[in-house]
Design a protein around this ligand. Structure first.
Ligand code: PLP
Length: 347
């Protein structure tokens, strides 16, 4: 099945889905004339304007191609090579970016075990040592994922506590929001409340996993922090020359709340899936389903059977844990079919 065009809908990841028609339409709509390159075009200005409306005029916005690039740009702008970022051991920057932060940024990552994917001040504090000691990397950033890679969420107060801790130590708080829409939709708070009012310094704002063809934005909430970002983006090869095709996607994504409608939909279908599997004997949910990912343990033979027809991501092979994800275009009927397939696979 690997590499095939999937005959069935995939519950393997939210980036197995295609492009939302409104996003594809927006790409076509800006494909009409010439426009100045590298972001000096009207579509980029409009998309930046929409993000500033959401996060405030102070927000400094940089569009990039992908989530790894967004995280690298945020970390590269906030740290120097002798500094370090504290993150959860489940963080994408630690587990799934092939060492891009270490290689491209040069900083050290300090992973912390967090069973639900969430850092707390108590978990972070032991890593905040060696300040001013030339033999130790200097902690400069706390990086959290919202939602986490385990589909869990930080409350607004939990984010504020981490921002306060970071600032107390002269550090910054970075949020990897590859699925930021799912977090905002689930918590029903505004982006401003979640990010600006809590004191977050930089946000990787994802689009690809929620209906874009490709594209993410990095926001620095204080322009004093982002003086080097335009150079870092270019050096990191994340500066699109035909930027309008990335920005136009964001413009459509942020218009009329499309980003939240899509995320609300995928969250609801993950809940439907979680509720369905909680009724099936032989499946054990391992995390609360707060956004669009469902984590479960089931026997290896059942996983193998499911894999014949579905793309399913085996999250942790050592304990036969899978991650099922819903997308903006998953339907209730597909979830129900999948539930029947899980039933059968266990049969
Ligand atoms: C939490 C998180 N951050 C960042 C990324 C990076 O995205 P990309 O694959 O576009 O580099 C992902 C992708 O899975 C992710 O789940």
């Amino acid at each position: 099945m690997q590499g095939d065009i999937l005959a069935m809908k995939s519950f393997g990841s939210d980036n197995h889905s295609g492009i939302h028609p409104a996003i594809l339409g927006a790409i076509a709509a800006v494909n009409t004339a010439h426009a100045v390159a590298y972001g000096d075009d009207p579509a980029t200005q409009r998309a930046v304007g929409l993000l500033k409306e959401m996060f405030g005029e102070m927000a400094d916005v940089y569009f990039v191609f992908n989530g790894t690039g967004a995280n690298v740009l945020a970390l590269k702008t906030l740290t120097r090579s002798y500094e370090a970022a504290v993150c959860a051991a489940t963080a994408h920057i630690w587990t799934d970016e092939c060492g891009a932060p270490e290689r491209q940024v040069g900083c050290k990552l300090l992973p912390v075990a967090a069973p639900d994917g969430k850092l707390t001040p108590e978990l972070v504090l032991p890593r905040l040592q060696g300040f001013g000691f030339p033999h130790h990397s200097q902690p400069r950033v706390i990086s959290i994922s919202q939602p986490t890679e385990l589909g869990t969420l930080y409350t607004v107060d939990e984010i504020r506590a981490l921002a306060d801790l970071a600032h107390k130590y002269g550090m910054y708080l970075h949020v990897d929001g590859a699925r930021f829409g799912n977090a905002v939709a689930a918590l029903d708070v505004s982006p401003r409340e979640m990010i600006v009012d809590t004191g977050v310094d930089a946000l990787s704002f994802g689009g690809t996993k929620n209906g874009l063809m490709l594209g993410e934005a990095v926001l620095f909430l204080d322009p004093m922090l982002s003086g080097n970002a335009m150079y870092e983006r270019k050096q990191a090869m994340q500066l699109a020359s035909k930027m309008r095709f990335v920005s136009a996607q964001f413009e459509a994504y942020l218009t009329d709340g499309l980003w939240l409608k899509l995320a609300t939909h995928s969250n609801a279908l993950a809940r439907r899936l979680a509720e369905g599997v909680s009724q099936i004997e032989g499946v054990e949910l391992t995390q609360p389903t707060q956004v669009n990912g469902v984590f479960a343990l089931l026997p290896r033979e059942a996983i193998e059977r499911l894999l014949r027809d579905y793309s399913v991501y085996v999250w942790d092979e050592t304990r036969d844990e899978v991650r099922w994800m819903t997308s903006f275009d998953t339907t209730a009927a597909e979830v129900d079919e999948f539930l029947a397939a899980i039933h059968q696979a266990l049969g």
